[in-house]
Design a protein. Structure first.
Length: 312
C-alpha cells in the first residue's frame, strides 16, 4: 500500500502561492518539485512587499531568498530552475510536465502558481520607468509610499471616475480622473468627483514626464501636461502562455476574463490539477491572498493523497 508521502507534486511557479504550498507539503513530508522560471518575476519592479505581516517592506528578491532558505531545510523539496512548456495528462495517470530544457517530469498532482502577465500600454513614453514606483496598479500595494502628493487615476467608466476623489482621499487630497472623451456618463462623473473635491479630465495619455521614475507630469495627446506625482493605472492582464495552453488543451473552466476557475480547495475542473495565486482572480491579488491560496492547496493535496492511499 502506498502512503501519502509517495504522492509527488510539481509546483509550477515560485511566487508567494507556490512557495507557500511547497512549505506546507514539505511539512507533510510530500515529495515536491518546484519549477522556478529563470525569468524575472512579475513583481521585480516593486521596491517592496507590502501588507503582509512580518514581511512589510521586504524586497521581492529578499522574500524569495528567505523562502528558499527555509525550504532548503526540507529534504523532500527539489528546486528545478527551468521553464515549463506544457502540462498534460500522462497515459498511466497523473500528469506529464514538459520542460523548456527538453526533459519532462511526471507527477500525481500539479499546482499552477505562475501568476499572470500585465499588459503594459504601447506607445506611452516613460511608463516602464515609472511602473511600480510612481505609476501604481493598486493603492493598497503602493499608496502609502506615494501618499501626500497629487494623484491621477485612469478610468474608463463613470462610476470609478466619480468615486476616485473620495476613494483615494486617504492618500491624496488632490485627485483627478483621466477619462476618454466618449465615456458615457461623463457629466455625472465630473459632478460626483467635484462634489468630493476632485475633478475629471478627458484625454489620452501619451507621455509620462519623470525623473528616474519619479513622475511629475502626465502629457496628453493634445499636448496638455497635467502636473501629477502619482498615476493609478491598472493595466489589463492575461494568462502566462503555459497556463493558456493548459486551459485550452485540458478544457479548464475559466471565467469571462480568462482567470482559472477553482473550488474551495484550489482544485481546477481537472482532478489533481490545482491553481493558486493571481491566475485565479483579478481582484484577489496580493501576497497575503496568494499565500493563503497556496496553503489551502497544500492542505487539499495532502488530504487527497491521504484518501487515495487509504482506498488503495
Amino acid at each position: 500500500m502506498s502512503s501519502p508521502a509517495d504522492h509527488t507534486t510539481v509546483i509550477v511557479g515560485a511566487g508567494p502561492a507556490g512557495l507557500t504550498a511547497a512549505l506546507g507539503l514539505a511539512r507533510y513530508r510530500h515529495p515536491v518539485i518546484v519549477v522556478d522560471s529563470p525569468r524575472a518575476p512579475r513583481n521585480s519592479a516593486s521596491a517592496g512587499v507590502h501588507g503582509h505581516i512580518g514581511m512589510d517592506g521586504v524586497t521581492p528578491d529578499e522574500f524569495r531568498a528567505r523562502a528558499w532558505r527555509e525550504l532548503s531545510r526540507y529534504r523532500t523539496v527539489e528546486r528545478l530552475e527551468d521553464e515549463v512548456d506544457s502540462v498534460s495528462t500522462a497515459p498511466g495517470g497523473g500528469f506529464r510536465i514538459t520542460l523548456g530544457s527538453g526533459g519532462s517530469v511526471e507527477s500525481a498532482t500539479v499546482l499552477l502558481a505562475t501568476g499572470v502577465l500585465d499588459v503594459h500600454p504601447s506607445g506611452v513614453d516613460g511608463f516602464a520607468e515609472c511602473w511600480g514606483r510612481s505609476v501604481i496598479h493598486c493603492p493598497f500595494c503602493l499608496g502609502e509610499e506615494n501618499a501626500g502628493g497629487s494623484w491621477a487615476t485612469l478610468a474608463d467608466n463613470a462610476h470609478l471616475a466619480g468615486l476616485s476623489a473620495v476613494a483615494f482621499r486617504a492618500w491624496s487630497e488632490d485627485t483627478i480622473a483621466i477619462c476618454p472623451e466618449s465615456m458615457p456618463g461623463l457629466d455625472t462623473a465630473r459632478a460626483t468627483a467635484r462634489s468630493g473635491g476632485g475633478d475629471v479630465v478627458t484625454g489620452t495619455v501619451r507621455r509620462l514626464h519623470h525623473r528616474q521614475g519619479a513622475l511629475y507630469g502626465i502629457e496628453l495627446a493634445d499636448g496638455r501636461i497635467l502636473e501629477r506625482q502619482t498615476l493609478v493605472w491598472t493595466p489589463p492582464q492575461r494568462q502566462q502562455p503555459l497556463v493558456q495552453r493548459a486551459a485550452d488543451e485540458l478544457k479548464l473552466t475559466v471565467d469571462d476574463a480568462g482567470f482559472i476557475g477553482v473550488d474551495d480547495s484550489q482544485c481546477t475542473s481537472v482532478p489533481g490539477l490545482y491553481a493558486a495565486g493571481d491566475l485565479t482572480s483579478r481582484w484577489k491579488q496580493s501576497v497575503t491572498a496568494s499565500t493563503a491560496a497556496g496553503a489551502a492547496a497544500a492542505d487539499a493535496i495532502h488530504m487527497s493523497a491521504l484518501l487515495s492511499a487509504v482506498h488503495q
